[in-house]
Design a protein around this ligand. Structure first.
Ligand SMILES: Nc1nc2c(ncn2[C@@H]2O[C@H](COP(=O)(O)OP(=O)(O)OP(=O)(O)O)[C@@H](O)[C@H]2O)c(=O)[nH]1
Length: 373
């Protein structure tokens, strides 16, 4: 082989090696993006999705930071992503930006429908980086729109310390794939959660239904047992409700039930579980609450119900409620007691206390007391 053929051959070999290397790198990239895509699409709760997108993605894609911006068409994004988790709300405060479709129209209109890379992304979407601790270290960014049915539902901002990572002229195939999968994952996950919530809600009063209560009650009891915390179970029953129905009609009876739920919700914390247990009977679980504190809440609630008359078209209607409660501590739990036993015993005791309150003349609070052996 003469020298020139030999050189050409080497040059070709070098190019081939380069292409093979690039193909392998792309294959790896594709695998990384696809695995992540399948994981986010498989996320079963908004919390899981939130952690994958805003926390795990950073290590997976070797990013400096990630910001997700969502147009809150259903006005429920904050609740779905953070319910009962103040700590997470604080730690993700600057990474999950929720836009109001009415108040933030200008910002929403500024969200491009194509990826924007490099300094243009940094300039145009500076507002997305406002509260980030890592802000000063950002050297390049990729803005990815999240689209569903040709509508912008939000955007992702991938941030890097490497000034060459996201540049105007680099290929966006993988990034487009990531943004498409993210949009599908967000839409699916939030819709699934909404459906779950509807199935857990009492249609008439918007309180939780018994199915949801039974599920959550078990979890809360397990948590309180683990942390050696007390938990209070409270039953509330409208007094002489049959008479209300008979004298004023079922519609008024329904109004009373809705009114009751609103008053109960006003008096308890968002972490407490308020559910309609049946007919005119409601149950409230108060985790990490002492019997004394719960008694004060119950009394406050009883007084609030008693003193807030319902205004009907031609008169006002006064109602009262009887309340029975029992504490987890009163059960003297031992390790052989299983969760089902604790749940049913606690409900049974609160129900017995409610019976006492009714027997005692109604419009009062009764506490289950352990019989002296
Ligand atoms: N309007 C309305 N009434 C309901 C609903 N569910 C159950 N009820 C009525 O609630 C009433 C419950 O009556 P009772 O169990 O006798 O109790 P009460 O009249 O409240 O008497 P005490 O509990 O002993 O004070 C029944 O008349 C049921 O028909 C509902 O969804 N809407």
């Amino acid at each position: 082989m003469n020298d020139s053929v030999y050189d050409k051959n080497r040059e070709l070999q070098r190019k081939l090696d380069h292409f093979i290397k690039q193909a392998r790198a792309n294959e790896k990239k594709q695998e990384l993006y696809e695995t992540f895509g399948f994981e986010i699409i498989g996320a079963s709760t908004p919390k899981e999705l939130r952690d994958l997108l805003l926390f795990q993605s950073i290590a997976r894609f070797q990013l400096l930071d990630m910001v997700l911006c969502l147009v809150d068409h259903h006005k429920d994004a904050d609740r779905l992503f953070f319910e009962r988790d103040e700590e997470a709300r604080l730690s993700f405060a600057n990474k999950l930006l929720i836009l109001d479709p009415i108040k933030d129209t200008e910002i929403i209109q500024s969200l491009a429908t194509n990826p924007t890379l490099g300094t243009e992304a940094l300039k145009k979407y500076r507002w997305m980086l406002k509260g980030l601790k890592s802000r000063d270290q950002i050297k390049s960014a990729a803005f990815l729109p999240l689209l569903r049915s040709n509508q912008v539902i939000g955007s992702l901002m991938l941030l890097s310390q490497d000034p060459h990572r996201y540049q105007k002229n680099i290929g966006t195939f993988f990034l487009r794939k990531l943004s498409a999968m993210t949009a599908v994952a967000i839409e699916n996950c939030l819709n699934q959660q909404r459906i779950k919530e509807i199935s857990y809600q009492d249609v008439l009063t918007q309180a939780y239904n018994r199915r949801y209560f039974d599920l959550r009650f078990k979890d809360e009891i397990a948590r309180c047992v683990r942390w050696d915390d007390d938990l209070i179970c409270m039953f509330l029953d409208v007094d002489h409700f049959k008479k209300i129905n008979d004298n004023h009609g079922h519609q008024t009876g329904d109004l009373v039930l809705r009114h009751m739920v609103n008053l109960i919700k006003e008096q308890v914390r968002s972490c407490d579980i308020v559910a309609r247990y049946g007919g005119e009977e409601f149950v409230v679980a108060l985790p990490s609450t002492t019997l004394q504190a719960a008694h004060e809440i119950a009394e406050r609630l009883r007084k609030a119900i008693c003193s807030s008359a319902i205004i009907l078209y031609d008169r006002q209607l006064n109602i009262s409620v009887s309340i029975g409660m029992a504490s987890l501590r009163s059960l003297l739990i031992s390790p052989q007691h299983d969760a089902n036993f604790i749940c049913t015993t606690l409900l049974d005791r609160a129900d017995k206390a409610l019976y006492e309150a009714k027997q005692g003349g109604r419009n009062q609070v009764a506490v289950y007391i352990n019989p002296i052996l």
